[in-house]
Design a protein around this ligand. Structure first.
Ligand SMILES: [Zn+2]
Length: 404
């Protein structure tokens, strides 16, 4: 206490001492000519010995009530591949250099890790660049080749859209694709659902009518919204009817940020209530979720788009003055999405795959007659499962065992 008081009268000296103390909290390790720093506390936390880390469970095993936050090494030695640390309490740790390098705290290393392991960087597109964004994959190739499965999921995560072709003409064909990734996302429509015109206007979803479907995201009223929509076209309507409209909501959000910053701000700040009420398979549901149209994460990056005209609640949870300006911003967002959307008409055998947290999709009206029918099988996948499968494949195909 006395020393601290004394030092306070010499702020510069105190600074130097603090910095020196901080510098001593790191271990410097030379890896392939680079000097990398690792905090002592982090190294001890990530000791890979059998007492600290359970190999088969791939999990830390440390009893945290015994953990010393001020842990210091007593002795450090390094050879060509390994750093060995003996801590002050005698515990021994050993780290592979390439294992350490992969976890380095430098900005460059962190970027590499983010892109190869965490999540690939997204690339936005509009109708003019849709050709690059929309890649086509073969149904059977996805099922038999890890490399093609990886490429499909990687592409989907970057662009948010893809087409799987040559799918067998069967209601069960989607199952094999879903199982190749993980398992379908359950909703009140079940693990899978059929989109087909329901007679006499008696339906619980406007998707089951042949009318035009305005741009929307699916199931906006779910807090844990389905990550990806898969639509298997089994029978397609003739002519222009039944074609899809696809818009990259992230492109439009970026565009609004630049060109309509005030309206953009309203769309990220204003909470809207999304709603769906009905009965499916005899079971009543009443779904509500509140969220802005454009959602950002803590790094101010786009994280989710909610957009629906039919499934927006008439209850609006805002102050009365906020209502009218928000409608204007919402309309601008839809107009821009329409303006930058690409058209795509799927053929029988196609599975259209769409990032449902990012893209808006819609559909032309079509005439539903006995000679002109349209039938789609739909299912959802979650991004947790997609990224998980993608990482497993990346590690396997690129031999990135150091991740473990
Ligand atoms: Zn240990």
């Amino acid at each position: 206490m006395l020393l601290r008081k004394y030092l306070k009268s010499f702020p510069k000296l105190q600074n130097v001492l603090t910095q020196k103390r901080l510098a001593q909290d790191y271990l410097k390790v030379e890896v392939t000519g680079e000097s990398l720093k690792f905090p002592h506390v982090w190294l001890r936390d990530n000791c890979q010995c059998d007492a600290c880390f359970h190999r088969s469970a791939n999990s830390r095993f440390i009893d945290w009530s015994q953990f010393d936050l001020n842990v210091k090494p007593r002795d450090v030695s390094q050879d060509a591949n390994t750093v060995k640390v003996i801590w002050e309490d005698g515990h021994k740790s050993s780290y592979q250099l390439n294992w350490l390098k992969f976890r380095s705290f430098t900005p460059e290393s962190r970027k590499t890790y983010d892109m190869t392991i965490y999540k690939p960087t997204k690339k936005t597109w509009n109708k003019d660049t849709f050709g690059e964004a929309m890649a086509k994959f073969d149904y059977t190739e996805i099922l038999v080749s890890d490399e093609i499965l990886h490429n499909w999921l990687y592409h989907l995560s970057v662009y948010g859209v893809s087409l799987i072709q040559n799918t067998p003409d069967s209601d069960k064909a989607l199952d094999a694709i879903l199982e190749k990734v993980a398992f379908p996302k359950m909703t009140h429509y079940g693990a899978k659902y059929t989109i087909q015109t329901v007679a006499n206007n008696k339906t619980n979803s406007v998707a089951y009518l042949p009318k035009k479907l305005q741009l929307h995201t699916d199931l906006s009223y779910y807090e844990y919204g389905p990550g990806v929509t898969l639509l298997h076209c089994e029978v397609q309507a003739e002519g222009d009817g039944g074609a899809n409209l696809l818009s990259d909501g992230y492109y439009v959000a970026d565009y609004m940020k630049q060109h309509h910053p005030e309206q953009y701000k309203l769309l990220i700040d204003t909470e809207v209530e999304w709603r769906n009420i009905g009965i499916e398979n005899g079971i009543e549901f009443f779904k509500l979720h509140r969220s802005p149209v454009i959602n950002l994460n803590k790094h101010e990056e786009l994280s989710r788009i909610h957009f629906s005209i039919p499934q927006r609640s008439s209850y609006f949870p805002v102050n009365i003055e906020a209502v009218a300006p928000w409608y204007k911003a919402y309309t601008t967002f839809l107009e821009l999405n329409n303006q930058y959307a690409a058209y795509l008409k799927t053929d029988p055998g196609d599975i259209l795959v769409v990032d449902n947290l990012r893209l808006l999709h819609g559909r032309n009206s079509y005439e539903d007659t006995t000679s002109n029918v349209r039938k789609l099988n739909g299912a959802f996948l979650d991004w947790d499962e997609i990224y998980s499968r993608l990482r497993c494949l990346t590690v396997k195909l690129k031999n990135l065992d150091t991740i473990y």
